[in-house]
Design a protein. Sequence first.
Length: 284
Amino acid sequence: MRYIDLHVHSNCSDGTLTPEELVLRGIKNDLVAFALTDHDTVAGVARAIKKAEELDNHIQVIPGVELSCQYKVSPDRNAEIHILGYQIDYENETLVSTLEKIAKERDNRNKKMCKKLHDAGYPISYEELTEKYGNMVITRAHFAKLLLENGGVPSMDYAFRTCLAVDSPYFVNREYLTPKDAVDLIQNSGGIPVLAHPLLYKMSVSEIRRMLETLKNYGIRGIEALYSRNHGTDEAFVRKLAGEYKLFITGGSDFHGANKPDIEMGVGTGHLRVPVMLLENLRR
């Protein structure tokens, strides 16, 4: 059996390996293909594809992206959800310009968060953050890593549970794409939209079903059923949802390198196996 990984991040967003290193890691782990799905950027895709070509294409690089969206669960509650785009034209002008606008808005949010944290006594500044990670899409993972390095928190997990939590007084909301905008953006760049890790959004079963009905109407085509953080009957449940809503399934590790040290590319926490036959779902 041959295996793939359709959810991988590089240091162009919040991973720790370069796109080129991911190609080498994928080959080392005996993968025949992987999708580079960085958060709200396609900056690493061409680099990964070039590296694979230099190595005689012993591994296929699928151009992808993971878009952050704000979904309205109820009139008084929103949730951040992620939509994966596969086989995108990563040079599409509308896609690139939209992602640049998202990066600029995220940068403004980061400035505000840094100031709040700094004013509260945390050892962090916007200047230091951008000096260390300025060539990447800076996320809360970078905040947590810098806070840890500077002795402001005992662990990255602690940072996410306290000062970087969404209900923290230091957290600053950012503007998000709507799910419809994300699906349209992916489709208009020739890509295939897929809902990422549907069980991570802290929704009830009825809320997940309503979300899938909405996303299906927007044009989403797949759902990530094989995933590193699945437990017990999670995969079976997502497969059942896929059948009900006539969605194909995908799978991936959500590999971030050292930022998620318990997750390895291709195998997740050790038991993930995504069969190569799922690539058929991503044929344009």
